[in-house]
Write a protein that binds this ligand. Structure first.
Ligand code: ATP
Length: 259
């Protein structure tokens, strides 16, 4: 397996946010983290990518404790697209995407031909060729989101951690981004962990679903086993009609409010 978390606890001040999280993610899997607002999804992504330290427990990348690995090595293997990004105003899209290559450069080394080819590949893959010379600050939220994803791809990671990658995107780009993530998973063997709010998209694009409720794992299983009336009621406080999408071979539901 590529990522393993053992008995993770995360606190913010006195408040316990994540409690006793144990999970394994196998190489080449797409795992979506779902759960209500405030259930700890972003915190889990942050602790798995060592943006924050756990109060207790450990995260392993293969068999190495992530806290003991050099930052550059972690950045070579893992790219993270956070929910909130500090968007620099004065750089172009292509410059942003090029930052993805820096973990791969040696001290003092400049970007070379191969780096620029990968930068252009990432720009093309995310459909932002026409935007590449624009300043980031002039782009719409969705366009910026694709530029950030391109930067993550330029990193050529083995593991991609995405926190709500479809925020700000219209439905067409939501599907395009998720299809792209799935394609990269299938063609490059990329392991993907992402937070998704759209449950039906999570069921469609993931091998496994990790459900968080009140900072604990409520369920971690394949979409067919995760989606049921109990999930909708106990975790999301809705009712729903559950169906099967035979084209995409996944379950989906149409929700309605309980009361
Ligand atoms: N830096 C922080 N300091 C204090 N509390 C925090 C901090 N970051 C998050 N929290 C709290 O931790 C809890 C979990 O937050 P987190 O962002 O992980 O949830 P989430 O499931 O991603 O939520 P959402 O679906 O709304 O994005 C929330 O109660 C939040 O208010």
């Amino acid at each position: 397996m590529v990522i393993r978390a053992e008995n993770l606890y995360v606190n913010y001040g006195e408040k316990e946010i994540l409690k006793d999280i144990c999970l394994k993610v196998e190489k080449g899997q797409v795992v979506s983290i779902i759960g209500p607002n405030g259930s700890g999804k972003s915190t889990l992504i942050k602790v798995l990518s060592r943006c924050i330290k756990p109060a207790k427990g450990n995260v392993y990348l293969e068999d190495e404790n992530i806290l003991r690995l050099p930052t550059k090595l972690v950045a070579k293997r893992m790219a993270i697209l956070p929910q909130f990004k500090n968007t620099p105003n004065d750089i172009t899209v292509r410059e942003l995407v090029s930052y993805g290559r820096y973990p791969r450069l040696k001290f003092g080394q400049r970007l070379g031909k191969k780096d620029y080819e990968i930068i252009d590949w990432a720009i093309e893959k995310t459909g932002i060729v026409k935007l590449k010379d624009r300043h980031l600050a002039t782009l719409s939220g969705g366009e910026q989101q694709r530029a950030w994803l391109a930067m993550s791809l330029a990193q050529q990671p083995e593991i991609l951690l995405l926190d709500e990658p479809t925020t700000f995107l219209d439905i067409s780009y939501q599907l395009e981004i998720l299809q792209l993530v799935k394609e990269l998973n299938e063609t490059l063997g990329l392991t993907v962990l992402m937070v998704l709010h759209d449950l039906n998209q999570a069921f469609r694009f993931s091998d496994s679903i990790l459900v968080l409720k009140d900072g604990q794992i409520w369920e971690y299983n394949n979409p067919n086993l995760v989606l049921n009336e109990r999930l909708l009621k106990e975790v999301f406080n809705v009712k729903g009609h559950i169906y099967r999408d035979e084209i995409n071979r996944c379950p989906y539901f149409i929700p309605y409010k309980a009361n």
